[in-house]
Design a binder for this molecule. Structure first.
Ligand code: HEM
Length: 505
């Protein structure tokens, strides 16, 4: 590491571009006081809650550039490793393809997830690299696979748990409407979705018997505060002090300590189900002790809750602003009585809605990588880029998916920044294979999301049933983002709901 530092320092002092090749990133000035750009191009205690603005800063003014600097930018501060931020899908794809455990391949950069590691432990599928990662990935593969999840009994288990909870919610809603004599209700949907997602994960997937009310009222709020803490901790706790130590000095950390212990107790309940063989534990082929698994279970619980809630709330939020699309989904799901894999797969417009949701508002808005050695990458169009060892790579999926150069009318038939599910029909008709148009919503390459099928299943059920039960419209016309570990609608998915038919979910 020290050799790499010495090697790059002279060039940094002279202001030389450390990248080479015919796909050359252009430099971002560290300070740009008069440029009007949104913020500084790195996180600090005053801007860390607006990470998408930090990424936006990298591309400030580059739309007037013609070369590869239009979508590829770098920051190079003497003494530090360079940072490359790319919103170029071809570069993103090449880097994701070249990520893995082979010598010379890119690693996942652990720098943006130091707070996660302090909360869950380091030995996880998310935080580890190289052979340790490969070993964990192999043991986790089978329970998450499509063939396991789409077994009819398991599928019905998900649908049944979901229906029971929704029925109870629905009854409460109906009573509320009756008692207030109103026809509609204004509600922030996010907390309801979160509780449902946690219930499906804990009860169906992990087979643990934790009552819904406990999940809704104790575990979801504690997990929310743990996740907020993870984001704050990554930026502000540079010394890496543990919460248990900080708890002695501040009441906020004392609350934090209680939340971490609630998280620990949920993890223990989930691990206890391992010995009953319930849920998908039977598919989990590993001899490792419960203690060794604990960190990964925490990552699954917190990560899956964040990602599935993000995905489902964005989909509902978009549909709440697009009544015609909402009606089209209703035409598909309105008559579905039995949630089976076939029924879900036949709902093609719902699938387009979900695809468009992940494209326009990806749950994970950037993917972090690190160059383990000096590396040349080659894009599918033949361009090449040299990336020096140690470079931090931020693959800016959020802005890549919103640029007209990649997803605009000339490419996908519609403006890139608009929510248009029909875009996917247009792409299919024009013969542009889905393999060609990647939105990276679940990542790509060896480190693609292992929970993809589980996530799609849960989100498909929740969004489909929501449309079937309610007609809903957004309270605010605009749909801005809040971003932390994942992205979500800023308004908490605030909608006016009315019951469609008083039938079963
Ligand atoms: C449905 C919503 C979900 C979305 C949008 C999503 C998205 C993603 C993305 C984009 C990545 C790749 C990150 C990277 O390349 O750096 C990822 C990785 C990961 N996801 Fe998901 N995810 C979802 C659900 C889940 C679920 C339900 C689980 C587990 C129960 C899960 C567990 C993981 C893990 C452990 C990784 C790291 C994999 C590795 O590095 O090998 N995800 N997810």
């Amino acid at each position: 590491m020290f050799t790499a530092f010495l090697k790059r320092l002279p060039g940094q002092i002279l202001g030389r571009n450390p990248f080479h090749g015919d796909c050359l990133p252009s430099r971002v000035p560290i300070f740009g006081l008069l440029s009007g750009r949104p913020t500084l191009p790195f996180p600090h205690p005053w801007n860390y809650q607006q990470p998408i603005r930090i990424l936006e800063t990298y591309f400030w003014g580059t739309d007037s550039e013609a070369g590869s600097g239009r979508h590829n930018r770098y920051l190079d501060f003497p003494g530090f490793a360079p940072v490359l931020v790319t919103r170029d899908p071809a570069v993103i794809r090449a880097i994701l393809t070249e990520t893995g455990d082979q010598p010379g391949q890119f690693d996942r950069d652990t720098l943006p997830s130091t707070g996660i590691a302090r909360a869950t432990g380091k030995d996880t599928l998310l935080f580890s690299n190289g052979p340790r990662w490969r070993k964990q990935r192999k043991s986790a593969a089978s329970p998450f696979g499509k063939t396991s999840l789409f077994q009819p009994e398991l599928f019905h288990g998900f649908a049944e748990t979901f229906r029971t909870s929704v029925r109870l919610r629905l009854e409460a809603l109906r009573q509320h409407l009756q008692s207030t004599h109103e026809s509609s209700l204004r509600i922030a949907v996010e907390p309801e979705i979160k509780a449902l997602m946690l219930e499906m994960l804990v009860q169906c997937f992990f087979g643990a018997d934790v009552p819904y009310d406990q999940l809704r009222n104790i575990h979801v709020p504690a997990l929310e505060r743990v996740i907020d803490q993870i984001v704050r901790d990554t930026v502000t706790n540079r010394l890496g002090l543990p919460v248990s130590m900080l708890a002695r000095f501040s009441s906020r950390y004392a609350q934090m300590r209680a939340d971490f212990s609630t998280f620990e107790s949920l993890t223990n309940q989930v691990l206890a189900a391992r010995h009953t063989g319930r849920g998908l534990w039977q598919k989990f082929k590993s001899e490792v002790s419960d203690d060794a698994l604990k960190s990964n279970i925490k990552v699954f619980l917190a990560g899956a809750l964040e990602a599935t809630t993000s995905y489902a709330t964005w989909a509902i939020s978009h549909l709440a602003r697009h009544p015609a699309a909402q009606e089209r989904v209703f035409q598909e799901v309105g008559t579905v009585q039995d949630y089976s894999p076939d029924e879900l797969e036949n709902a093609t417009f719902l699938e387009h809605v979900l695809n468009e949701t992940l494209r326009l508002t990806p749950s994970l808005y950037f993917l972090p990588r690190r160059a383990t050695t000096d590396t040349w990458i080659q894009m599918a169009d033949g361009r090449r880029m040299f990336i020096p060892q140690g470079t931090h790579l931020l693959l800016d999926v959020w802005h890549a998916n919103r640029h007209d150069d990649h997803w605009g009318p000339g490419v996908s038939g519609f403006p890139a920044t608009e929510f248009v599910p029909e875009r996917w029909e247009h792409l299919a008709q024009s013969g542009r294979a889905s393999k060609e148009m990647l939105h990276f919503g679940f990542g790509h390459g060896a480190r693609v999301c292992p929970g993809k099928h589980l996530g799609q299943l849960e989100v498909g059920l929740v969004v489909g049933a929501f449309v079937k039960l309610f007609r809903f419209r957004a309270v605010h016309p605009e749909n801005p983002v809040k971003a932390g570990v994942s992205t979500k609608p800023l308004d908490g998915t605030l909608v006016e709901l009315e019951l469609r038919e008083p039938g079963p979910a």
